[in-house]
Design a protein around this ligand. Structure first.
Ligand SMILES: Nc1ncnc2c1ncn2[C@@H]1O[C@H](COP(=O)(O)OP(=O)(O)O)[C@@H](O)[C@H]1O
Ligand SMILES: [Mg+2]
Length: 354
């Protein structure tokens, strides 16, 4: 009969199917236990949005069955989101900050950002959503959130008192938007430097609490905002949203170039509005050429616009509809890509302040 340590060795060689690395290397074995033929393996998934835990469980079972057929293993699966925790630099307790960007407006960036936040929440992750698109904040409407965030006095580790803004709760997602501070019908004109300062300040001054993922909906085409975030907060990576049209693709390629220049890992491309009108597959092809992960396609479907218009993004991820499975898959792919980046370089990119 193998010992618990031998069982651990056995399981640590099982190859995790989505990163193609051994479980031992990925630090995914919490503990093992053997008592007679009774055995237990506890596995810790890197995210509740893990794509297929049944498949992983079957691989572990096979391995044990093959090497120690006398064992009756129980396989327990739990999950904990890990991250580079770079937000700690400005006092945030957020494991992964994910920027959603694009080269161009109108490609569905806010829709994807909100769907990511709602989808990851629906898998059981702790999620925040920050609307940084000060030119056209649309997240509050899509998430059916309004009102003005309250203020709360908090005390930091050194005993300093400070005021923090309370994010608005939207179906369990913590939401913050500059839109909450703008009167109806008013438009804002922010100059670059103001925008940088405001964004970091906004992030810092919000009482996010502990989050697994914070999704940031970036304003279109602004490289300097990404740079500021990368320097001051640290990003787990950026998701680039693109439609299959040629012009949108060219803009997306520019966005990729910009992220690479500022050392932000590109989590991948999402093809939005796939279908008869704009075409299909163009984004995946470009992703392959640029050696960038492809995170999935989202069909052009009126139901997506309708859920957004009604402020029901969370319902879109929960109810049966033609877009739900594609949206959930994008969420899973993003979460796994964040994990792959973490495995590749466990600490945040160090950027010199320019
Ligand atoms: N896949 C899709 N199918 C149908 N409508 C979509 C889709 N993605 C986005 N839309 C709609 O397109 C419009 C622009 O989307 P939005 O997310 O606001 O774009 P952006 O933030 O890039 O400007 C919205 O009305 C939205 O509901
Ligand atoms: Mg938008």
């Amino acid at each position: 009969m193998p010992t618990a340590e031998q069982l651990r060795m056995l399981v640590s060689n099982v190859v995790e199917p989505f990163t193609e690395r051994p479980l031992g290397d990925l630090n995914m074995i919490r503990d093992t236990f053997v008592n007679g033929t009774d055995a237990r393996v506890r596995i810790e998934l890197p995210t509740p949005a893990y794509p297929d835990s049944k498949k992983l469980e079957a691989l572990i079972r096979q391995r044990i069955q093959f090497a120690a057929p006398e064992l009756q293993p129980r396989i327990e699966i739990q999950s904990t989101v890990r991250g580079k925790d770079t937000g700690g630099r400005i006092g945030l307790n957020i494991h992964n900050v994910i920027a959603v960007g694009s080269g161009k407006g109108g490609v569905g960036k806010s829709t994807v950002a909100a769907a990511l936040a709602c989808g990851l929440h629906s898998f059981g992750c702790r999620v925040g959503l920050m609307d940084a698109d000060v030119y056209g904040p649309s997240i509050p409407h899509m998430m059916n959130a309004d009102g003005r965030p309250g203020a709360q006095e908090v005390t930091d580790d050194q005993g300093n008192k400070m005021m923090r803004m309370e994010p608005i709760d939207a179906n369990g997602v913590k939401l913050m938007s500059m839109g909450f501070f703008i009167e109806q019908g008013q438009s804002v004109v922010w100059r670059g430097p103001m925008l940088h300062k405001a964004l970091t300040q906004f992030l810092k001054d919000t009482q996010w609490g502990e989050l697994d993922y914070l999704i940031i909906d970036l304003p279109p085409g602004t490289g300097d905002v990404s740079l500021t975030l990368a320097q001051q907060v640290g990003l787990a990576g950026a998701v680039v949203v693109c439609t299959p049209q040629q012009v949108a693709l060219l803009d997306a390629i520019k966005a990729v170039d910009m992220y690479q220049k500022v050392n932000v890992p590109i989590l991948g491309f999402v093809e939005n509005m796939t279908g008869e009108i704009f075409g299909r597959g163009g984004v995946q092809k470009v992703a392959q050429e640029l050696k960038i992960p492809f995170l999935g396609e989202i069909p052009l479907n009126a139901c997506i616009r309708e859920y957004g218009d009604r402020g029901q993004m969370m319902q879109m991820l929960l109810e049966e509809n033609p877009a739900r499975e594609d949206l959930r898959r994008v969420c899973q792919n993003v979460a796994m890509q964040v994990f792959r980046e973490l495995v590749k370089s466990p600490t945040g990119p160090v950027l010199e302040i320019l």
